[in-house]
Ligand binder design. Structure first.
Ligand SMILES: [Zn+2]
Length: 393
């Protein structure tokens, strides 16, 4: 088993036979976002991974789903491609993914024996956890973290030369601000240093930046500033001229199209660690103009999906207070029905801790979540059928 990187991802995508490559959008630094579909049915369901560059297992999981669904493997053997159209976006943020996985390669080369890989990832898991505990006890301690020390040699030079523009961009971000050594390992943002899930006009970080406040990320990242473009990332490039990043414009355009054609049944956004399900739309936080009836419908649908998903994973239903951060997924949730964010691995520590126990954590995560997805897509089909019946009567 190899921990995924961008080259392996492209190889795997190119070798898949039954999926159809679709046009997407090009990122600021010239990468096209991989976008594939399978099936020709009326019920459209989206799967998105890799919004955050350092969340390898989310990319891994969507890739795995693509393979299982399009090749009718395991529980997906009875899924009828005339019922559904599945939309797969395994890595929404290819730039961040290239940066973070290049940092991984400084310690874990391709084709390293699995026992060795597992050992490094487990060590990382413990260090990351200690960093979290320490940061809670001493929130002001901004010294180098244990998990960053493991990757202290990973600077912009670890990015292969074929990614010239991206490499230059990362080099210049680290020139402006002396971000901690080793912080490329957790490169969450895109190559311009924008955090895609903070990229809404409602994110409070925009006001902080306008007021020239110096802010830092939370917990084990508390030594990384997030008011300037960098590994954790700002909400947008220019706070006086808000713009969605191309990676988000792409999702918005696709969701808009499917929703306006009344085809959208659900959208799964996969993130990597925590074992949680974010499902509740917080309409007030985004000044939603939807009428109360439609708001109730979205809340009802999302609650059904979340509870069905929970059955196979035993993940926690996430608390609404976290939504006050006004994230991009929260914005999608108040505007489109059935948008759910899943934090996958119960073993925390981006990007490699989920691989610290292959049997007990990684494979279990893939299996349980595949089952949960299967159950939810059956649920979405029966709901849509019921609604169509009601309308035709
Ligand atoms: Zn994430």
């Amino acid at each position: 088993m190899n921990i995924l990187d961008y080259d392996i991802l492209l190889e795997k995508l190119n070798s898949m036979k039954n999926i159809t490559k679709q046009n997407s959008i090009t990122t600021r630094l010239g990468y096209s976002i991989p976008y594939y579909t399978y099936g020709k049915g009326e019920k459209h369901i989206m799967f998105v991974g890799g919004t955050h560059g350092s969340e390898i297992i989310s990319v891994d999981f969507v890739l795995n789903l693509m393979d299982k669904i399009s090749n009718k493997k395991d529980i997906f053997k009875n899924i009828n491609e005339n019922d559904y159209t599945f939309h797969f976006i395994p890595v929404q943020n290819p730039e961040g993914f290239i940066v973070s996985t290049s940092a991984v390669r400084t310690l874990i080369p391709k084709n390293m024996e699995i026992d060795k890989v597992q050992k490094i990832c487990k060590d990382y898991y413990y260090k990351y956890r200690e960093d979290d505990i320490n940061s809670k006890e001493n929130p002001e301690d901004k010294s180098l973290k244990l998990h960053q020390k493991m990757f202290i040699n990973a600077d912009y030079n670890c990015i292969p030369n074929k990614h010239k523009l991206l490499k230059e961009s990362i080099k210049s971000l680290y020139k402006v601000e002396n971000f901690p050594k080793g912080s490329l390992i957790c490169f969450r943002a895109n190559g311009s240093g924008v955090e895609l899930n903070r990229n809404t006009i409602y994110n409070p970080g925009i006001n902080d930046i306008k007021q020239k406040k110096i802010t830092y990320a939370k917990d084990r990242y508390n030594n990384i500033r997030n008011d300037i473009p960098g590994p954790i990332g700002v909400p947008c490039l220019d706070v006086n001229n808000f713009e969605y990043e191309p990676e988000n414009k792409f999702l918005l355009k696709l969701l808009d199209k499917l929703h306006s054609e009344k085809k959208l049944c659900g959208c799964f956004l996969f993130h990597s660690t925590g074992g949680e399900i974010y499902f509740e739309p917080i309409f007030e936080a985004y000044n939603s103009k939807l009428d109360k009836r439609k708001q109730k419908d979205i809340t009802f649908l999302n609650t059904l999906i979340a509870n069905k998903y929970k059955e196979s994973t035993d993940y926690k239903l996430a608390l609404t207070k976290d939504e006050i951060l006004c994230s991009f997924d929260g914005y999608l949730r108040v505007n489109y029905p059935g948008v759910i964010l899943i934090e996958l691995s119960k073993m925390g520590g981006n990007p490699i801790a989920p691989y610290g126990d292959i049997e007990g954590n990684y494979l279990k995560t893939i299996e349980e979540n595949s089952k949960a997805v299967y159950n939810v897509i059956l649920l979405l089909k029966s709901l849509k059928d019921k609604i169509s019946k009601k309308i035709s009567n």
